[in-house]
Design a protein around this ligand. Structure first.
Ligand SMILES: C[S@@+](CC[C@H](N)C(=O)[O-])C[C@H]1O[C@@H](n2cnc3c(N)ncnc32)[C@H](O)[C@@H]1O
Length: 226
């Protein structure tokens, strides 16, 4: 029997309601077809609230975690948002419904190209995907009103704080290679404030200066499957 993805999506949104209050965000989850962002052989698990492998040792993040991170950005609709770690493009699709413009960078060119194609096919026209350079983020288009970092950094990356607009918010997993704290960073004229939002588990942010070294990239803590 064919899977009723629409019903599965509605079930997921119902379960997210236990933790997420923002109606615009829930409406975005009700709209984006997560099954189109996972490999065909895993499509039947697309609405399980868990990360799934997307190839190259990387993952599409757990929906609840994506929701918590996105809610913490407090988007109202007119923001320019940077995502570091495009992966499948799923979170970029959600962000595109919640903000004016999304710039998303991914270090693995094959993932970036596949995500860009997918986002274009699905009509998410206000997202642009770039292959990451040697530095973090995409400074040539800064400042951003909000930044989401979807891979774990050893510390809050200063170069990304520098890409935040005044009043801008960034969410970033910070800690060890396998277990991190989700941190919200807010930049204001008075300086930078940081709040811990809870424990999380992300693949490592790979970068020469403010990330983890590439040679350890295969040991990335990605969710094992099955
Ligand atoms: C958990 S996955 C992203 C999930 C993604 N947001 C989604 O919705 O599918 C983390 C991604 O960050 C990427 N990444 C790691 N280090 C990076 C860096 N320095 N710059 C850009 N992307 C990076 C990984 O290749 C991986 O695709």
């Amino acid at each position: 029997m064919p899977i009723d993805y629409q019903a599965a999506r509605e079930d997921l949104v119902r379960s997210l309601r236990a933790e997420i209050r923002e109606e615009r965000l829930l409406a975005a989850f009700a709209q984006v077809p997560r099954e189109r962002f996972v490999p065909p052989e895993l499509q039947r698990y697309a609405y399980d609230d868990r990360p799934l492998p997307i190839g190259h040792g990387q993952t599409i993040s757990q929906p609840l975690m994506v929701a918590i991170m996105t809610q913490a950005l407090e988007l109202r609709g007119d923001e320019k948002v940077l995502e570091v770690g495009t992966g499948s493009g799923y979170q970029a699709a959600l962000l595109s419904l919640l903000a004016r413009e999304v710039v998303s960078v991914e270090r693995i060119a094959e993932l970036a190209e596949a995500a860009a194609r997918r986002l274009q096919e699905l009509g998410y026209a206000n997202v642009r995907v770039f292959v990451a350079g040697t530095g973090l983020g995409w400074p040539q288009e800064a400042p951003y009103d909000a930044i989401t970092v979807t891979a774990g950094a050893p510390d809050v990356p200063t170069s990304l704080v520098d890409q935040l607009a005044m009043g801008g918010r960034m969410v970033v997993p910070v800690g060890g290679r396998r277990l991190q704290q989700l941190v919200r960073v807010t930049r204001s004229e008075r300086g930078v404030t940081m709040e811990r939002l809870g424990e999380c588990r992300f693949v490592p942010l790979i970068a020469p200066e403010e990330g983890w070294p590439e040679w350890e990239a295969s040991d990335n803590g990605a969710a094992p499957w099955p």
